[in-house]
Design a protein around this ligand. Structure first.
Ligand SMILES: C[S@@+](CC[C@H](N)C(=O)[O-])C[C@H]1O[C@@H](n2cnc3c(N)ncnc32)[C@H](O)[C@@H]1O
Length: 338
């Protein structure tokens, strides 16, 4: 059995043929490490013309994917274990942590929207998370799904040599430093001398320093979460203070129906901070999404075994870190009782 099965639901299955017939994803498929199955959502339309879209209620431009065929498609492909991710310009930003998290699930179902998007009721009932590949709007979810599949596949154990992944950009919350190959001199520019020195400890130190310097220059916001030693952190250049989200912004976002996890991601604070500040503002809190269901002890234990942190698990299951800690505690107790 492959380590990861991916089912893609799309209106344009042919788009997936060529990108995944090449390179690493093709090799992972051939080696049986990843199983990729692309389905046409129209297979689940029941009328003669296989209609899958309709005009939006309330009027307005474009069409919306109808709930019935898509619901049938998701339920037929997800089975018992499938984790359903909808590609959406409104989703949480897909990043390295999300790729790592998804590489650890056994079965992923990726839904590609099109036209104006999909009926909200499908999202509420049958979608586990929405993922965006950036703050822009694509014509459809297919290209976004391909990005996700590529990034996730290379993190499936065994697909790429562990060493190649170790110091890559984003792996440790840092960008990778510069890379050089032969010749030693190109148009008057020489390769840094340390890389030619043969002194591996010095090369490792230099690469680490360059990664930190480059991240500080290009993506300083990544440094908040990067794994740095206290000494490395102390040497960082000073960052200008990030503007704090106003109370009015937080309350307005929450009252408009956005959940505390999404608000937290948007304003760069923790979900617990959002809820504490909302409470202090007298805003009535809704029960967190998924609170009634929550992940089982077994689900959390299985995902934890892949090395995900409590914070990553909380994000994956859409619950608070307290819920995750509770499941881990219960798993420990169950283990002790046996
Ligand atoms: C034209 S877009 C719909 C945009 C939608 N009306 C909105 O304003 O959010 C059609 C489909 O493309 C996909 N899509 C668009 N932008 C995306 C992005 N940045 N990341 C992931 N998927 C995206 C989604 O599946 C979406 O349903």
């Amino acid at each position: 059995m492959s380590a990861l099965r991916i089912d893609v639901l799309t209106l344009f299955p042919k788009m997936f043929e060529s990108p995944f017939a090449e390179s690493i994803v093709a090799r992972a498929r051939a080696a049986g490490q990843v199983e990729l199955v692309v389905h046409d959502i129209r297979e689940w339309a029941t009328d003669r013309h296989r209609v899958v879209d309709d005009a939006p209620y309330g009027g307005g431009a474009g069409m919306v994917l109808k709930p019935e065929p898509l619901t049938r498609a998701i339920r037929a492909t997800r089975g018992e274990t499938g984790h359903v991710a909808l590609m959406s310009a409104q989703g949480a930003l897909f990043d390295h942590a999300a790729a790592r998290r998804l590489a650890a699930v056994p079965h992923l179902v990726i839904v590609c929207g099109h036209y104006e998007g999909i009926d909200e009721r499908v999202i509420e009932k049958d979608v586990d998370e929405e993922l965006s590949i950036g703050d822009f709007v694509l014509t459809g979810g297919e290209l976004a799904a391909m990005v996700v599949i590529d990034a996730v596949t290379r993190l499936v154990p065994g697909v790429i040599e562990g060493e190649s992944l170790e110091h890559e950009s984003h792996t440790e919350g840092l960008l990778e430093g510069p890379q050089y190959t032969r010749p030693v001199e190109h148009e008057g520019r020489r390769v840094p001398a340390v890389l030619l020195s043969g002194d591996h400890a010095a090369i490792t130190r230099w690469r680490r320093g360059e990664a930190i310097r480059r991240t500080a220059e290009r993506r300083p916001e990544l440094l908040d979460r990067a794994s740095l030693t206290p000494a490395e952190r102390a040497r960082l250049p000073r960052q200008p203070a990030r503007p704090r989200a106003s109370d009015a912004d937080l309350a307005a976002a929450y009252r408009s129906g956005v959940g505390s996890y999404r608000i937290a991601a948007r304003f760069g604070v923790s979900p617990a901070t959002v809820r504490t500040r909302l409470r202090a503002l007298g805003v009535r809190l809704r029960p967190p999404r998924g609170a009634q269901r929550g992940p089982s002890v077994a689900e959390v234990t299985r995902m934890r075994a892949t090395g995900l942190t409590v914070r990553e698990l909380a994000k994956h299951f859409g619950v608070s870190h307290v819920t995750i800690l509770d499941r881990l505690k219960r798993a420990k107790k169950d283990g002790a009782a046996r």
